[in-house]
Design a protein. Structure first.
Length: 299
């Protein structure tokens, strides 16, 4: 690999790890929003994050590009599947299953991406990346805990897993022309009316009630760090690593949750947490090593 290729791969790895770590901190911040209407809060989060991303576009001199019909369909699908529906599945699944069960199911996203991404490109999955993805998923499951729940909770968690895969795969065709900032901004803004409509249907006018100081701070953190910053980092990393390798960094989700809970004093790492983190790191090292042979194109 050339020096430029190594630099590009390193930037992608740093971006993917940062994105997933930031998303993992969500669990440490969420308790501040337990009393706030969920869907209205998510709508506010994405509205603020979208406005911030649009501001970044303007500051960087990035002109708005009119999406083609295909791109517009992908942006809407990304907003529906990767953002709005993902939140709905996560929220509803925790009503019927332990959060640990939901986290364990979603933690298998590296395996799903390691299999789905190559197939979309009409090539065979890379064996060592599939193995690495399984190691990362096991590490995330160990750190999260296996939990328990009803069959309905499991089905809803599987829906969240499918949405998480869609969050990456639906964006891949958009990134070459639109770029990471535009894709992040357009998808985030598109998710707002979907979540707002859901919130109004579920909670009525209370969906957007005034927030307390702690709720406002939590929503601001979600908008700036977990939405605008993390989305940009992830979408910047995807074309540099490819979806199958980028998916390995989903293992940083529980690591971000563990470290942020320690910093905020809401939890302490257990032996399972440390073992899970070690498995994640081992899986990443395996998956990011140079490809041993050129993948064969499927016919």
């Amino acid at each position: 690999m050339t020096e430029d290729g190594l630099r590009d791969r390193s930037r992608g790895a740093a971006g993917a790890a940062t994105a997933m770590f930031c998303v993992g901190t969500l669990t440490a911040v969420s308790p501040a929003l337990h009393a706030y209407p969920i869907y209205g809060g998510q709508a506010l989060r994405y509205a603020a994050g979208g406005l911030l991303l649009l501001g970044v576009m303007r500051a960087r001199g990035l002109a708005h590009l009119r999406p083609t019909r295909r791109e517009l369909a992908l942006i809407v699908a990304l907003a529906v599947v990767g953002l709005a529906a993902f939140n709905v599945f996560i929220i509803e699944s925790t009503r019927y299953a332990d959060p640990a069960t939901v986290g364990t199911v979603v933690a298998t996203v590296p395996i799903a991406l390691a299999l789905a991404a190559p197939l979309m490109e009409r090539r065979r999955p890379t064996p060592h990346i599939v193995v690495a993805a399984a190691v990362v998923a096991c590490g995330a499951a160990v750190a999260t805990g296996l939990g328990g729940g009803s069959p309905l909770g499991l089905l809803l968690a599987l829906g969240a897993l499918a949405c998480e895969v869609g969050f990456s795969l639906l964006a891949v065709p958009l990134l070459p022309r639109l770029g990471a900032v535009r894709v992040s901004a357009y998808a985030t803004v598109a998710a707002v009316p979907l979540l707002l409509a859901t919130g109004l249907a579920v909670d009525g006018r209370a969906a957007l009630r005034p927030s307390t100081a702690s709720e406002a701070a939590a929503l601001a953190y979600l908008a700036v760090v977990v939405t605008a910053f993390a989305f940009f980092c992830w979408y910047d990393a995807l074309p540099r690593l490819g979806a199958e390798r980028a998916g390995l960094f989903s293992g940083f989700l529980p690591i971000g949750a563990i470290i942020s809970s320690v910093i905020l004093g809401t939890g302490h790492p257990s032996v399972a947490d440390l073992l899970g983190a070690a498995l994640v790191i081992g899986g990443l090292l395996l998956g990011l090593r140079p490809r041993p042979a050129r993948a064969r194109v499927m016919v």
